[in-house]
Design a protein. Structure first.
Length: 257
């Protein structure tokens, strides 16, 4: 598995252990030892030693059939992180105050290299096709939250993150190059909000805004909805609402005096 952009080389065994945890967490079905070894391109004996240690530390759990899932200690670590973080708590509070009982789903994510990681979700009353589980990773250049965050960064930083090659295209509407992405980020800045128009998942439309902290961008917040429900007027309404939510959340996090 290739090392994500923006991460430095580290201790190989630790890096491999992290990759195993990521692979298990992102797998549709709990993988076997052999499946993990093949996915990561490492010897089966190495995967065995790493998985055994991770099971001992309760970061992985192994079923009687020999398949792996994340262990209870991952949840304990997340709870410790969440308790120490003001971001998710502030998101929940502001959602309750600004947009209680909204019909559309609201999501919150942070940037990690070329991806966004979803850290909070407020489900709406209307169904959507995406399960925004905590820890879900998606390409930042396609998502509304990712483009909102990237639009707040200097162009040089965006180029450093994405290089000069082609970008992954989850759908036919996704941007495919850094130059396209930069033009989209400029449009995002002009509008004041970002748009994911079936770029991550076909049939889904998202509109987002950047969340700032003390002197920097902290996260992105977005509405996620089924495109068939979105008229131009509805899109503008959702954009105003998510921008207001982002401003309130930024103020809560100390971005404004």
């Amino acid at each position: 598995m290739a090392r994500p952009e923006g991460r430095s080389d580290g201790v190989p065994s630790v890096v491999r252990a992290v990759r195993i945890l990521e692979a298990v967490g992102n797998a549709v079905r709990p993988p076997t030892l052999g499946e993990l070894a093949r996915a990561l391109g490492i010897p089966k004996s190495t995967a065995h030693d790493l998985c055994t240690t991770l099971v001992q530390e309760r970061l992985l759990a192994r079923s009687p059939e020999g398949r792996f899932r994340l262990g209870v200690r991952v949840l304990e670590l997340y709870r410790a992180y969440d308790a120490a973080s003001d971001l998710s708590a502030a998101f929940a509070e502001v959602c309750d105050e600004v947009l209680p009982g909204h019909e559309e789903t609201l999501v919150l994510s942070v940037l990690d290299g070329r991806e966004v990681v979803y850290v909070a979700c407020r489900n709406g009353t209307q169904p959507i096709a995406v399960n925004y589980r905590i820890g879900l990773r998606l390409p930042a250049h396609c998502t509304a939250t990712g483009k909102a965050i990237l639009s707040a960064l200097p162009e040089e930083r965006v180029r450093q993150l994405f290089g000069s090659g082609e970008l992954p295209r989850p759908t036919g509407r996704s941007v495919g190059s850094v130059e396209e992405l930069l033009r989209e980020l400029e449009a995002t800045r002009r509008r004041g909000y970002s748009v994911d128009d079936e770029e991550t998942v076909e049939g889904m439309c998202c509109v987002g805004a950047a969340v700032r902290g003390r002197g920097d961008v902290r996260a992105g917040v977005a509405f996620s909805t089924v495109k068939a429900r979105v008229t131009p007027a509805r899109l503008e309404e959702l954009a105003r609402q998510v921008t207001r939510l982002a401003q309130q959340l930024s103020q809560r996090l100390g971005a404004y005096p």
